[in-house]
Design a binder for this molecule. Structure first.
Ligand code: FES
Ligand code: FES
Length: 217
């Protein structure tokens, strides 16, 4: 039998024959929610945690200092979790917004940065995996508006961009690739960028830009 989703109540619970649509044993009344929050608060206090209206936060988390070398500069940030992705440290703590959040799963390439010259997915690289001795370079550190990196220059000259969301990853991946491949074929360039996704379909211009950068290098 098809569930009847037309009943009101919670709006999520199909009709069960009861007249409030609530989950059995529970009620949505504000008094009951207030009671439950109060209970949670007492429980949290007993265990050294802090309850909020959104849940329970650890009140005794100790922020740690993390040193990094970003774009040629030593930086220090305070973090609660050493497993936090490098991308969050760059964007949220250091205000470096070249690396983008795309998939957050290491699958699209939008967040790519260089660590010791290698193209790395910063969304899936925990801070614990990066030491102060390693050189992190982002799109901002690759070149400057006055002296752009050859790959940045080629992307501008080829106008290899539509929305631009993927371009950080395309440039960082291509720059790392060209550093070790001086005269790549078109097939090698496509292979190197195969795991960087572009939803706008700018691939033809992107490949042309990397070929131009390779010739200029
Ligand atoms: S956001 Fe990192 S690979 Fe997609
Ligand atoms: S230019 Fe829009 S995703 Fe690549």
């Amino acid at each position: 039998m098809q569930p009847d989703w037309s009943r009101r109540g919670t709006g999520l619970t199909p009709s069960s024959g009861r007249n409030d649509g609530d989950i059995p044993g529970h009620t949505n009344s504000s008094e009951h929610l207030a009671e439950r929050l109060e209970e949670a608060h007492h429980e949290a206090s007993r265990s050294g945690l802090l309850a909020t209206s959104f849940g329970i936060l650890r009140g005794n988390a100790v922020a740690q200092s993390k040193s990094l070398n970003v774009n040629g500069r030593p930086v220090e940030i305070l973090i609660d979790d050493p497993e936090m992705p490098l991308l969050y440290a760059l964007r949220d703590h250091l205000g470096i917004h070249g690396p983008r959040f795309g998939c957050g799963l290491g699958q699209c390439g939008a967040c790519t940065v260089h660590v010791d010259g290698n193209a790395v997915r910063s969304c899936s690289t925990p801070l614990s995996a990066v030491s102060v001795d390693q050189k992190i370079v982002t799109l901002e550190g690759l070149g400057t508006p006055e002296r752009p990196h050859p790959v940045q220059k080629a992307f501008i000259e080829e106008q290899a961009v539509q929305c631009g969301y993927c371009i950080n990853g395309m440039i960082m991946e291509a720059a790392a690739f060209l550093a070790t491949h001086k005269n790549p074929t078109e097939a090698e360039i496509k292979d190197a960028l195969a795991n960087n996704l572009c939803r706008c379909g700018t691939h033809v211009r992107i490949v042309r830009a990397v070929q131009r950068a390779a010739k200029a290098a």
